[in-house]
Design a protein around this ligand. Structure first.
Ligand code: SF4
Length: 445
């Protein structure tokens, strides 16, 4: 939680000695509150004041880092209960589980499949982030071997899950330097697991039966030197898990330190469809990590789509660059379709043009990232802006015809565009899904 200038000032020596380069301690405090100067510029601050300021300025939800290098993922450090109040900052890490009871070949195959669970959506790659290795066998040697194989074959950072701290030690040592998330399922082993996490410099996820038990447990683990914790309230059914995730978020934002950590949730429904629904629900409602068995693309795509939608900035329209795009091997007879530069509008059109296999030009008009009807209603998508975009992108030199296809919802613009541009307007389908049929059956240059 950000501190005010006065809160910082109370902790300063108040001697106005100017050694920090500011005329008074208050001036320094105000600059520090604005994050324009750091505390180390004051050489006279006491250790107690330093500790108090660092503790008070700690984010309400601890930042936790899993993995290293390009695959590193950060969770936590959220500041809001409701996305529209600002935005959610760190997308839920989605983990798919493998059991160490699988033989090497089956485990390697599943790990490779999980590592490839990625999709392209609205110009962005969305993918699974973590592979959760479950020590279902209870055997330390099998767990160690499974961890090594899973990490190697998937290329993903791991969550190492066991009921035994000693087994976690074996697997964590096998992945030394890769910073896996250690998950201890037996609360009585949590303090022993904290020692392992400290030795291996790994974050630690702990399970306890309920929030009160968790709140009693976490101070013991931080006292053991592990700051990066992830919380499992022990629930598995949808409703209690949703309640626990919400309570953890609410309490942590009220600066209740014992629960100021990201939470982990497990989607476990026996029905594969319901399991994907569970995972998507936990993504939408506050989980820092979701662990699921949902390994099929049809299960994972809706989960990752939900995450992508929840973690965009609601105050910033998602836009593509306004310009002329070429889809396929375009020529001088290729159709010209007009849309806005709202990402979802553009990629819906692009996807349907690709599906039609009719090469086409798509003109994305700058509407400040708003959709067709919104832009039309606010007069950003009109005859002038469309004609201007056509002129500045040089489409006249690229096609021999003079036909432009506009979305069916704005057919009312056709006369104005014809007057402004001199081109003939063809009225396209209202929905992007109608584009393939339109291009194949109705479009004529
Ligand atoms: Fe105050 Fe420290 Fe700056 Fe001196 S160096 S004026 S004590 S903030």
């Amino acid at each position: 939680m950000a501190l005010t200038g006065l809160e910082i000032y109370k902790q300063l020596p108040k001697t106005n000695c100017k050694d920090c380069g500011f005329p008074t301690c208050l001036a320094f405090a105000m600059k520090m509150a604005a994050k324009q100067v750091s505390l180390d510029k004051c050489p006279h601050v006491t250790d107690e004041a330093k500790a108090a300021l660092e503790s008070a300025s700690r984010p309400p939800i601890q930042l936790v880092t899993v993995g290293t290098g390009d695959a590193e993922i950060k969770i936590g450090n959220e500041t809001q209960l409701f996305r529209h109040e600002e935005k959610f900052h760190r997308p839920t890490a989605v983990a798919v589980k493998v059991s160490d009871t699988l033989d090497d070949a089956a485990l390697a195959e599943r790990a490779e499949k999980i590592g490839c669970l990625a999709f392209e959506r609205v110009g962005t790659q969305i993918k699974v982030n973590l592979l959760a290795v479950d020590n279902e066998s209870g055997d330390p040697a099998k767990f160690e071997q499974a961890a090594k194989l899973a990490a190697e074959k998937s290329g993903l950072p791991c969550v190492l899950m066991s009921a035994t701290a000693a087994n976690l030690q074996r697997a964590a040592a096998a992945l030394s330097g890769q910073r896996p998330l250690l998950y201890i399922s037996d609360p009585t082993e949590a303090e022993a697991a904290a020692k392992v996490a400290k030795e291996e410099s790994c974050p630690l996820a702990v399970r306890a039966d309920g929030l009160e038990a968790l709140a009693e447990l976490t101070p013991k683990l931080t006292a053991a030197g592990v700051e990066e914790l992830v919380l499992d309230a022990g629930t598995r059914a949808l409703k209690p898990t949703l309640e626990a995730l919400t309570q953890i978020r609410r309490l942590s934002l009220k600066a209740f330190r014992p629960l100021g950590y990201p939470a982990i949730a497990f989607a476990v429904d026996a029905d594969p469809t319901m399991q994907a629904v569970e995972a998507g629900t936990y993504v939408a409602k506050y989980a820092g990590v979701v662990v699921t068995d949902a390994v099929e693309p049809w299960q994972m795509l809706p989960v990752l789509t939900t995450r992508q939608d929840i973690y965009i900035d609601p105050q910033k329209p998602v836009a593509v660059e306004p310009k002329l795009y070429e889809v396929g091997e375009v020529g001088d007879k290729s159709p010209l379709l007009v849309t806005t530069n709202f990402s979802l509008s553009y990629y819906s059109v692009e996807g349907e043009v690709e599906a039609s296999r009719v090469p086409a030009y798509i003109l994305s008009v700058d509407t400040e990232g708003t959709s067709v009807l919104t832009a039309w209603a606010s007069d950003k998508f009109n005859a002038e802006t469309i004609t201007q975009a056509m002129k500045t992108t040089g489409i006249e030199e690229k096609v021999a015809h003079r036909q432009v296809v506009i979305p069916g919802f704005v057919a009312v613009l056709s006369a104005g565009i014809e007057d402004e541009s001199g081109w003939t307007v063809q009225i396209g389908p209202k929905e992007a899904s109608g584009i393939p049929g339109y291009l194949k059956n109705q479009w004529k240059p």
